[in-house]
Design a protein around this ligand. Structure first.
Ligand code: TRP
Ligand code: ZN
Length: 883
């Protein structure tokens, strides 16, 4: 069957405003999967009930990738004349108000390279049903407001598929003829089809147990390939910590007897929260110190938490329709961020989250694909699993928490979960509960759900006798379809510091509560004034503390005051932001040739820098953050027209100056902490992070210092006992022109060639190298035996590392980077359109480039539109960015 030729015509745009409740409900479904050598037969028996007294035909979603073998209603085969079978749907006329439908379909999972529906990964079978994958398994009402109770029976060969899993609890197992066996699973909680999951294969379980706070015992299993059993412990401990955290923080307990996690190598995203049977990308499960970096460990903890927290925010209460995606994703990202903060360092986690938001979400919000956290229309829903829906969505939840206060917020979340338990809800339902329980007027706040774009805030000061007036104004850029915006309700956290560096807490003209962290101003108007009484001269305001809202900020805070904040602010985010701003301003001034102020700015940065280097009793990871200059991508966003080469050069020159001027203290610190990098404690992790940042300065020092840094790096590479250290050395070497470079890369490949996740790093490190020949290297690596278009992790580690993290080489002036990317997308679109579409973004922001690059980029986009049978996924993004 050639599916692409049967493909339905391009999808129509779907609009939130057109939402209609389903014409039929399905209360109950029994599924039987019979797994054979090269096909799987799926029998689905569903109990269907008409919703009210509509007279609609029964419209079931389907797919060209499956074959319909049998269709009967109430035990009788349906006459061919009574139904129409299209590429993507099955419509049956004249159905009764209540009936049982039996459908048998045949699937070919081994041929499924799209990785949605039922597919094969490494010889095992697994499913991915969010958002609309279940329709590739059977004909069904595949939308999240149809909730059914699922019973599943799986039959397969005992040796090929010893492990048979589905959602809920295992109710029965047995032996069949012909070396076959079966397993039955039952999930008592009604769920939408996107939460269905099935896994069958040769897997080993890493098992543990958890006793909930009310004393129920839960069996925990992480299923992996047998050789990976030694990489499961961190994920298991993270799972138990998540379960405990949700009990402590929100009083939420797990609700089944079993919690299963399966790790698969071929996966379109990070992980999937299927009820009682999470399916994970191996990248977010497998970790030990030899193969995973400290960042990998943090990601494992975060994603394990994320999927676990979905059990309540997503599964017990789900989404009415896909426009409400942020209802579960924004809230769940917020929950996983808080969990990680509580497990590690709040300051460092907040900075990491702000960094992701700025690097990925802000550009999205400023470009042709901008959309509100609750989009109003889509062609392909998979294109809306975005940083806006997830990360800005989490910021919106964080603002609600700030406005209500943490205690009231937690109470309101519990109330929301109680009120909507077992139902499909909307973002509006959620905000209504927050407003009612939190007793805070959120009328204006709701605009965050409907208006796209990143608001900007400007703050200026005016002295009025003993008082200071902060004048706050806000505006928001136009976004597609929204040319002008109404003002947002922005919670804006502010503090004051006197000239001795001590916090002061002046009275304010508005009703506000001071806490240790500052006072929260309700910014609601386009222009607004806040008067602070009796503020001594030389006091400095600390603005936007904790990044209290997803906005950009400009102000009249001087460079001297910023340098003061770097050393004296008690708010970690604000300290970090102050040094970032100083460094960014300096680098951009160099780029712009504004030489008159740069010397003075450099003095301020250098002295702030040396204060940081000398600070004692500081979290080492936080110190590393303070010493890390803004990335090229971030700096590029501050320019109206991106100048990738000039930014790279200016940033390098600042790195070099700082390295030279602080050589002694950098070397001393390195020597001091190098000996404290062993182990898995927070402090060892911090020491590793700090040493890696220090090394990146040391290689940029004077020539003698450079030679000894090189020795250090090479020995670190060969002797490292952790992947964190080996990889940080490898990154510096990969960036260098050391004669040893080739040998080192070869050594690493040979050392790790049987470990896919480590080989992904080997590809990524080469793609991120700033060497002039990197684009050629990337093209070359696409022909490497270990490269594959079938595996999303591999493609992303080679191609996306280059297109998203190597600004200066991707934007090569001849457009070679752009055409490489568009060629990859073309090829990948035939194999895996979802993942292909996730790679388009770097081509969409051509407006920000000079006219030569614009033309080249637009050409690459247009070339995609010429591809025959281009997927809806890629086409939607390309068309929107050319509009
Ligand atoms: N809901 C998943 C999460 O946030 C992500 C997800 C959505 C996904 N669609 C997917 C994962 C497709 C894999 C494939 O955790
Ligand atoms: Zn999620």
């Amino acid at each position: 069957m050639d599916a692409s030729s049967m493909m339905a015509s391009p999808k129509q745009e779907i609009k939130l405003a057109d939402y209609q409740p389903p014409a039929f409900f399905i209360d109950n479904i029994t599924l039987t999967f019979k797994i054979y050598g090269d096909y799987v037969d799926v029998h689905a028996k569903s109990f269907i009930k008409r919703n009210g007294n509509n007279t609609n035909a029964l419209a079931l979603d389907g797919s060209p990738y499956m074959e319909l073998l049998n269709l009967s209603i109430d035990g009788e085969a349906v006459d061919k004349a009574l139904y129409t079978l299209g590429g993507a749907n099955l419509t049956i006329n004249d159905v009764p108000d209540e009936f049982i439908i039996d459908i048998t379909t045949r699937l070919k999972p081994a041929e499924n390279s799209r990785l949605e529906g039922l597919y094969a990964s490494g010889g095992n079978l697994c499913t991915q049903c969010e958002a609309e994958g279940f329709r590739h398994i059977t004909y069904y009402i595949d939308r999240p407001d149809v909730l059914a109770v699922y019973s599943v029976r799986i039959e397969a060969d005992k040796d090929e598929y010893p492990v048979l899993l589905s959602n809920g609890d295992n109710t029965e197992n047995g032996i069949l003829d012909n070396n076959r066996h079966y397993a039955c699973w039952n999930d008592p909680y009604p769920k939408p089809s996107y939460l269905f999951a099935l896994v069958a294969g040769k897997l080993s379980a890493y098992s543990d147990r958890y006793v909930t706070k009310s004393g129920r015992e839960v069996a925990l299993n992480i299923y992996v390939r047998e050789p990976d059993l030694d990489k499961c412990d961190y994920a298991m401990q993270s799972l138990k910590r998540s379960m405990k955290w949700d009990e402590d923080e929100y009083g939420l307990e797990y609700d089944l007897g079993t919690y299963n996690i399966v790790a698969v190598s071929d996966f379109n995203m990070g992980a999937m929260e299927n009820k009682g049977l999470n399916v994970f990308n191996t990248k977010y499960v497998l970790a030990n110190q030899q193969t995973a970096t400290d960042t990998d460990f943090d990601n494992v903890e975060g994603v394990i938490g994320h999927e676990y927290f979905h059990n309540w925010t997503g599964n017990r209460v789900t989404c009415r329709d896909w426009f409400q995606l942020s209802l579960k994703e924004g809230l769940t990202v917020f929950r996983d961020q808080e969990f990680s903060s509580d497990m590690t360092s709040r300051a460092v986690k907040r900075i990491a989250d702000v960094r992701v938001l700025r690097m990925i979400q802000f550009p999205e919000d400023a470009g042709p694909l901008a959309h509100p956290i609750r989009p109003e229309s889509y062609v392909e829903i998979n294109n809306f699993y975005t940083a806006t829906v997830y990360n800005k969505g989490a910021e919106v939840i964080r603002m609600i928490q700030a406005l209500l206060g943490k205690k009231a917020f937690n109470t309101a979340v519990r109330q929301y979960l109680t009120e909507f338990d077992g139902q499909a809800a909307t973002c509006a339902d959620f905000v209504d509960v927050m407003e009612r329980v939190g007793q805070k007027d959120l009328t204006q706040f709701r605009r965050w759900y409907s208006q796209a774009g990143t608001p900007s805030i400007d703050v200026s000061r005016k002295r009025d006798g003993n008082d200071v007036i902060l004048k706050v104004s806000q505006s928001c850029m136009a976004t597609p379809g929204q040319s002008s915006k109404a003002p947002f309700h922005i919670p804006f956290m502010v503090g004051w510091i006197d000239k001795a560096g001590e916090a002061i807490f002046p009275d304010v003209s508005e009703k506000v509560n001071w806490t240790e962290n500052g006072c929260l101003l309700d910014v609601t108007a386009q222009e607004q004034e806040f008067k602070f009484y009796n503020v001594p001269e030389d006091c400095v305001p600390s603005l936007h503390r904790g990044f209290s809202a997803p906005v950009t900020l400009t102000s009249d805070i001087s460079d001297e005051e910023k340098a003061f904040l770097v050393s004296h602010d008690s708010d970690a985010y604000a300290r970090w932001q102050a040094i970032q701003e100083l460094a960014s301003s300096y680098i951009l001034n160099i780029v712009e040739g504004e030489m008159s102020i740069v010397d003075e700015q450099y003095q301020l940065i250098a002295s702030a820098f040396s204060t940081i280097l000398q600070q004692e009793n500081i979290d080492l990871s936080f110190m590393a953050e303070l010493l890390t200059l803004p990335t090229e991508v971030y700096l590029g966003q501050l320019q109206d027209t991106l100048q990738p080469d000039a930014i790279y050069d200016a940033r390098e020159s600042l790195l070099g100056k700082l390295a030279n001027d602080n050589e002694q203290s950098i070397n001393n610190l390195f020597a001091m902490f190098k000996s404290q990098t062993a182990g898995q404690t927070q402090s060892a992790k911090g020491a590793r992070r700090l040493c890696s940042v220090l090394l990146s300065y040391m290689i940029r020092g004077k020539s003698e210092a450079r030679d000894s840094a090189k020795e250090e790096i090479l020995s670190q590479f060969y002797k490292a006992s952790t992947m964190t250290e080996q990889l940080s050395a490898l990154m510096l070497i990969s960036d260098s022109d050391y004669v040893e470079r080739e040998d080192v890369l070869k050594h690493f490949y040979e050392q790790w060639q049987t470990d896919d996740l480590v080989i992904d790093k080997w590809f990524a490190v080469q793609a991120q190298s700033k060497r002039l020949d990197t684009l050629d290297t990337v093209k070359h690596l696409m022909c490497h035996e270990a490269f594959s278009y079938q595996n999303p992790n591999r493609i992303r580690s080679l191609v996306s590392s280059f297109t998203m993290m190597n600004q200066v080489r991707f934007h090569s002036a001849d457009g070679a980077g752009y055409s490489m990317l568009s060629n990859v997308i073309k090829k990948l679109d035939k194999i895996n359109p979802q993942t292909a579409a996730r790679m388009v973004a770097p081509l969409c922001r051509w407006q920000r480039l000079d006219s030569i690059r614009q033309t080249l980029m637009i050409d690459s986009l247009k070339e995609l539109l010429n591809v025959e049978n281009l997927s809806d996924d890629v086409r939607e993004l390309v068309q929107k960015s050319l509009q």
